[in-house]
Design a protein around this ligand. Structure first.
Ligand SMILES: [Fe+2]
Length: 230
């Protein structure tokens, strides 16, 4: 994966790189947390508008959490330090954020990789795409839970997160089973990003699912995260 000088890149260059494969990785030589977060913010502001994460903050530092220490409806509350399954960030919003920006403050020891998988590589047939676009799914998010579909009309975005999507009829169950099976079978299509301090990853969240390889308690892994609507 090519690393370019991100400080010198223009928004159209960034978008071109992201369009190629659904994500883009860069090296940033800033010395500390503050400078990495500022750089993520600068890139994010070029791409769109920042949106708050689950905890309500526009800038977050994420680290592996045990099941007990995580937000009740998060993937970490279910999977803890084990591998986090592929998902779309902010699946519990009616329109998930377009871009996910991650910056490595500390890769941790042992390090855990971020896994990337383009949903188009799941090779759904036209009939299966129709099912994903039509089958109603319940998106659980407390009192604001709502009904939606895995695939947005016209395939604009793909919504998948086993922590908040729930089937309530046969079509929904078929759709969720189909996605789970394809993701399980697509391990060889996924790419692992192994972090070094200062790495920045820009992910098209409407196209590329992400997950995390298993981590350890106290590994020290810390990533800055900014979410962008566009
Ligand atoms: Fe995530």
């Amino acid at each position: 994966m090519a690393n370019i000088d991100i400080a010198a890149s223009k928004p159209e260059q960034l978008l071109g790189q992201i369009a190629e494969r659904g994500w883009s990785s860069h090296c940033f030589s800033g010395p500390d947390l503050g400078s990495i977060v500022r750089e993520l913010g600068r890139i994010g502001d070029c791409l769109g508008t920042r949106v708050a994460g689950r905890a309500g903050s526009l800038e977050e530092v994420i680290q592996p959490r045990t099941t007990g220490g995580a937000h009740p409806r998060s993937l970490s509350s279910r999977y803890g330090l084990g591998a986090l399954p592929f998902h779309t960030e902010l699946s519990h919003r009616t329109r998930p954020c377009r871009y996910l920006l991650l910056g490595c403050i500390d890769p941790g020891s042992p390090a855990a990789a971020t896994m990337l998988l383009d949903w188009r590589n799941l090779r759904f047939s036209p009939h299966e795409l129709d099912l994903l676009e039509a089958a109603p799914i319940l998106v659980r998010t407390g009192r604001r839970s709502f009904y939606s579909t895995i695939l947005a009309p016209g395939g604009v975005f793909f919504r998948y997160d086993p922590a908040c999507l729930e089937a309530f009829d046969d079509r929904g169950r078929s759709a969720l089973r189909l996605v789970e099976a394809r993701i399980d079978g697509a391990a060889s299509e996924a790419e692992a990003h192994h972090w070094s301090q200062g790495d920045i990853l820009i992910i098209d969240n409407w196209r590329v699912l992400h997950g995390r390889s298993p981590s350890d308690h106290g590994s020290g892994r810390r990533l800055a995260r900014i979410l962008i609507d566009a």
